[in-house]
Design a protein around this ligand. Structure first.
Ligand code: KIV
Ligand code: ZN
Length: 515
């Protein structure tokens, strides 16, 4: 790694997954990991293997599948059972990293660990050594480093490096730091830890004060050469530093930072959408880099300026981040060939079956809607990809709503495993609630709706609505999304997708198709 390269360590699948409601199945994690590999991240932190059998399985699967294309990392507390479990999960990866952490701040020492400084140093050294015996690439994190006394931070760091750690990660665990404070911490380590040159200094900043990206970049200015970050800034509480923001800041202001990353930036937007679809966490419209409005110029004076010369109001080119806007796409008479080319230009590779499905949906949409935009096409593709065999399919439905009527939904659906046709009906608070209840009756189990969001994919009254739902069935959380010009249809699609995911789990556990 040359001095001017920054290692991008993605922790979407570990810290990001710790966001409330963001848990992912192993298949979903593999899908995200594939996207992260294509994005070009240097390290994927795939999970915390001791946390659950599911976490172990996910880290192991990602290690096996992607461990020759990138470095796959697993997290462990400084405990024998954690380190051994993480090493087991990682053992098949060609490039593996074991990340051990132990809190060092006075608050954590006294109230959480009830351990003295010497005990902490000894435990850290013992566990780094144990980790190195199994996986030579070891990262050590003094948790809550930003609130740790600087002399103690230096001592732990020096000992961890002597024990074999090759990356020292400095977490601002509670998002307390500020850019100049964080800069000074990194500078202090560089100036006072005698063996610091034997390790890469890393940052891991939380966003409680909205400063995670600024703090990470300040650390780079002070000499850090790895940034830990997540897609869309997911993570505990207010999240972690957002990958897309740090990457584009480094790229756009290369004149200032003088460093670079290996990120394939046109993949930023598609990766952000994938993570949003899988986790059900929508991206705010005005989010930097990957928000819907990130490249939309509303004010006439700005539009005029951009038309004359882009750089008047644009510091990055939309295509550099894979932004898909509201360019008018070909009309329905343009033909399959032109449509296939457009899909390629948008960065998608579809097999023949998937292409045919999307093309049919495009034609149907073009019949309903005056203008079809790139963002409509992307929404159609995103709602199809990541599909799994769905046990229940909705064939038709009807809802009734209005003032002075009882909102009602009737539907016909079928079980694709048994071919059983189901007809049912329900009432609700409104048409969406009624169709959700009718779908629950159809699949034969109830769910709790935890989150429901609808957004317009493009502009205009005839725009498609994209609905994202998060439901809970028992203790398990499932997501679903759907797009349609009719938001009741989009809602039904999203809800049934989530119910189908729950049904697949129930089927796996009980071993029958049910109806
Ligand atoms: O925020 C934190 O301190 C962490 C550590 C495990 C690195 O996530
Ligand atoms: Zn964290």
């Amino acid at each position: 790694m040359s001095a001017d390269s920054i290692i991008i360590f993605d922790t979407t699948l570990r810290d990001g997954e710790q966001s409330p409601g963001c848990s992912m199945t192993t298949d979903e994690k593999l899908e995200v990991a594939q996207a992260l590999v294509e994005l070009g991240v240097d390290v994927i932190e795939a999970g915390f293997p001791i946390a659950s059998p599911g976490d172990f399985e996910a880290v192991q699967s990602i290690a096996r599948k992607f461990g020759s294309q990138t470095t796959v990392c697993g997290l462990a507390r400084c405990r024998v059972e954690d380190v051994d479990r993480a090493a087991d999960a990682l053992k098949d990866a060609q490039n593996a990293r074991l990340h051990v952490f132990l809190a060092t701040s006075a608050i954590h020492r006294e109230h959480k660990l009830k351990m003295g400084k010497d005990e902490i140093v000894a435990r850290a050294v013992e566990m780094v050594e144990r980790a190195v015996d199994r996986i030579p690439d070891v990262e050590f994190s003094p948790e809550d480093a930003a609130r740790t006394e600087l002399d103690f931070l230096c001592e732990v760091t020096e000992k961890a490096i002597d024990a074999g750690a090759t990356t020292i990660n400095i977490p601002d665990t509670v998002g307390y730091s500020t850019p100049s404070h964080f800069y000074n911490i990194i500078r202090h380590l560089k100036d006072n830890v005698p063996n610091i040159d034997r390790a890469v200094i890393s940052t891991h900043c939380h966003n409680d004060l909205g400063l995670a990206v600024a703090n990470s970049l300040a650390a780079v200015e002070a000499g850090a050469r790895q940034i830990e970050c997540t897609i869309n800034g997911l993570g505990e509480r207010a999240g972690n530093a957002s990958l897309e923001e740090v990457v584009m800041a480094i790229r756009t202001r290369r004149d200032h930072y003088g460093v670079e990353t290996g990120i394939n930036s046109p993949k930023l937007f598609p990766t952000s959408r994938l993570v949003s679809r899988i986790t059900g966490m929508t991206v705010q419209r005005n989010k930097a880099i990957v928000g819907q409005n990130a490249f939309a110029h509303e004010a006439g004076i700005h539009q005029h300026g951009v038309l004359q010369e882009r750089s008047t109001y644009e510091i990055m080119r939309p295509e550099d981040v894979g932004y898909v806007g509201t360019n008018l796409v070909l009309g329905k008479h343009s033909g399959r060939h032109a449509f296939r080319d457009r899909i390629k230009e948008l960065g998608y590779e579809l097999d023949d079956d998937a292409f045919q499905t999307i093309f049919d949906e495009f034609i149907a949409l073009a019949d309903k809607k005056k203008d079809v935009y790139d963002s409509d096409i992307v929404a159609l593709i995103d709602s199809q990809t990541g599909e799994f065999t769905e046990q229940f399919q909705l064939d038709r439905f009807h809802t009734l709503a209005g003032t002075d009527v009882l909102p009602t939904a009737t539907l016909e659906m079928h079980n694709t495993v048994t071919d059983h046709v189901i007809r049912d009906a329900a009432t609700g608070d409104g048409p969406v609630d009624a169709i959700f209840r009718a779908l629950e009756r159809g699949v034969g189990f109830e769910a709790v709706l935890e989150d429901y969001q609808v957004r317009s994919v493009s502009g205009g009254k005839d725009a498609q609505g994209e609905v994202m739902v998060r439901i809970k069935v028992g203790d398990d959380v499932y997501h679903g999304n759907g797009v349609n010009t009719d938001i009741v249809a989009a809602s039904a699609r999203a809800y049934l997708k989530a119910l189908n995911r729950a049904a697949a789990d129930r089927q796996r556990l009980s071993g029958n198709a049910g109806d």
